[in-house]
Design a protein around this ligand. Structure first.
Ligand SMILES: [Mg+2]
Length: 275
């Protein structure tokens, strides 16, 4: 990754963070903390790693993306609009009556492979996709982003067993490891550590990264080990980019006041200027 490529990705992520804030402030609903923590990984996928033209064309050889933590949808919608899956103006309908852009993504939306939001389903679906793609001799890769709180769902671990059993080297599971979930610190709610060792013991190739650093994200997403799926433990900051939201569980699902909105926007626009 050269400096220019990283700067380009940082600028895209800064724009997506502004969209996330605007969508949630205007609709007066949304999951801001987890959208901000995971947006760098989504940006890396859609602006560098995956061939978006193939996805738009519905090419059977396209890579597949599953946002298992479907509540972190605002950044995903911002990317899909920016990439032309639907008109940017449609973003203003987010969370309104009769919109396609509900608070969790559904497969009615162009570019969304599978409806998500009930946690613990994304990895099992991604495993199924990866098995089918292998059987069809497709070169496609499957990426799934899960939450860390989501790791408390039993179905995650059934799928975690299946991935290596079927030698799914066309599957990358990313855990947005922001250490918080709706009710507090993950280690107090349902201890996850040693998370990397757990995936490793299930047979996964495991890569641990700073998930808010493109210099680490890109190589991790491009890692391939023959015969093994890859788990990326993506250490992130919940609320990343807005100082008073960072590392605060309360911002899992909360709407900024007008004053907070102004301060947050100033900080995000400052980041855009630096780039
Ligand atoms: Mg979390």
């Amino acid at each position: 990754m050269n400096h220019e490529s990283i700067r380009f990705l940082e600028e895209q992520a800064a724009r997506r963070r502004i969209d996330i804030l605007n969508l949630i402030y205007k609709a007066k609903t949304g999951h801001i903390g987890g959208s901000l923590s995971s947006i760098d990984v989504l940006t890396a996928l859609y602006y560098h790693v995956m061939d978006v033209d193939k996805i738009k064309a519905g090419d059977p050889e396209r890579d597949r993306f599953v946002l298992s933590k479907g509540h972190s949808v605002e950044g995903f919608y911002s990317i899909l609009a920016d990439k032309g899956f639907f008109p940017k103006e449609e973003l203003s309908t987010y969370a309104q009556f009769h919109t396609r852009l509900a608070c969790h993504p559904t497969s009615k939306i162009p570019g969304v492979e599978v409806s998500t939001g009930s946690l613990g389903h994304g990895l099992p679906v991604a495993v199924g996709m990866a098995i089918a793609l292998k059987r069809d001799n497709r070169k496609s890769h499957v990426y799934v982003v899960m939450g860390d709180g989501e790791q408390g769902e039993g179905s995650v671990w059934e799928a975690a067993m299946a991935g290596p059993a079927y030698k799914l080297d066309n599957l990358t599971a990313i855990v947005d490891r922001n250490h918080l979930q709706i009710s507090g610190n993950t280690e107090n709610v349902m201890c996850l550590e040693p998370l990397a060792d757990r995936y490793r013991s299930f047979g996964w190739n495991v890569v641990c990264i700073n998930g808010n650093d493109f210099g680490e994200i890109i190589p991790a997403l491009l890692t391939r080990v023959p015969g093994k799926p890859t788990a990326v433990i993506s250490d992130t900051v919940k609320g990343k980019g807005i100082s008073f939201m960072e590392n605060q569980a309360a911002w899992h699902h909360k709407v900024p006041t007008e004053e907070q909105y102004q301060q947050a926007m100033e900080e995000l626009e400052q980041k855009l200027k630096i780039n």
